[in-house]
Write a protein that binds this ligand. Structure first.
Ligand SMILES: [Zn+2]
Length: 207
């Protein structure tokens, strides 16, 4: 994630007076409209748990390129250690919440994490895409569990991490990094410290 603040600077062609991308012919489950931070994405109808709301799309760029493009030109979602999706509307307009009603599955698809009623704003937790040791963002999402600052996924309380992992809404590269770190930690004592006596039993641990 390369956002610099919660209010999302946007250049989409929209009207401040109301929905501008309502589901024409009733096939889009969302519309874009004003929210407290600027523009946001809202449910055009009731959206059920697990339903795919939209797909994030855009060119893939690296970290240096996100910096070169600047915060207003590049609202990128991190999809790898040095890979970012320079997201386009509507995905780029989805705001953050510390208590989100949606999340990103399979690195691209915004899905509902609970029933979202028509007219409610759709938000996901930006930390589920962040592990770059670079970016933090002040949060004013208004949730009772607001963390006040949005940081990397690894900084979340482990129960929150476990919740998002169980929901399948954490970026693959973050999960891979966690698995690699876990494997390293588990390997260390077996490879370096366990001594086995001649009788085949463990006799000592050494550093
Ligand atoms: Zn918050």
């Amino acid at each position: 994630m390369n956002h610099t603040s919660l209010p999302q600077p946007v250049t989409a062609t929209t009207s401040p007076s109301g929905p501008v991308q309502a589901g024409s012919a009733g096939d889009l489950p969302y519309y874009i409209s004003q929210c407290e931070f600027g523009l946001g994405v809202f449910a055009a109808r009731d959206i059920v748990f697990g339903e795919v709301i939209l797909e994030f799309t855009g060119p893939v760029i690296d970290f240096a390129e996100t910096k070169r493009r600047g915060p207003k030109e590049c609202m990128a979602i991190q999809i790898g250690p040095d890979r970012y999706l320079d997201t386009r509307p509507p995905g780029v307009l989805v705001n953050h919440s510390c208590n989100p009603n949606a999340g990103i599955r399979q690195d691209r698809c915004l899905v509902a994490l609970r029933t979202i009623r028509a007219g409610q704003e759709i938000r996901y937790d930006y930390s589920t895409t962040m592990e770059e040791h670079s970016f933090t963002m002040e949060c004013r999402c208004g949730s009772p569990v607001c963390r006040k600052v949005v940081r990397d996924f690894s900084t979340l309380p482990w129960l929150t991490q476990a919740h998002y992992i169980s929901q399948g809404v954490v970026m693959s590269f973050i999960l891979e990094k966690m698995r690699a770190g876990h494997a390293r930690r588990n390997r260390r004592p077996v490879a370096k410290t366990l001594r086995i006596g001649s009788n085949g039993l463990q006799t000592a641990w050494s550093v």
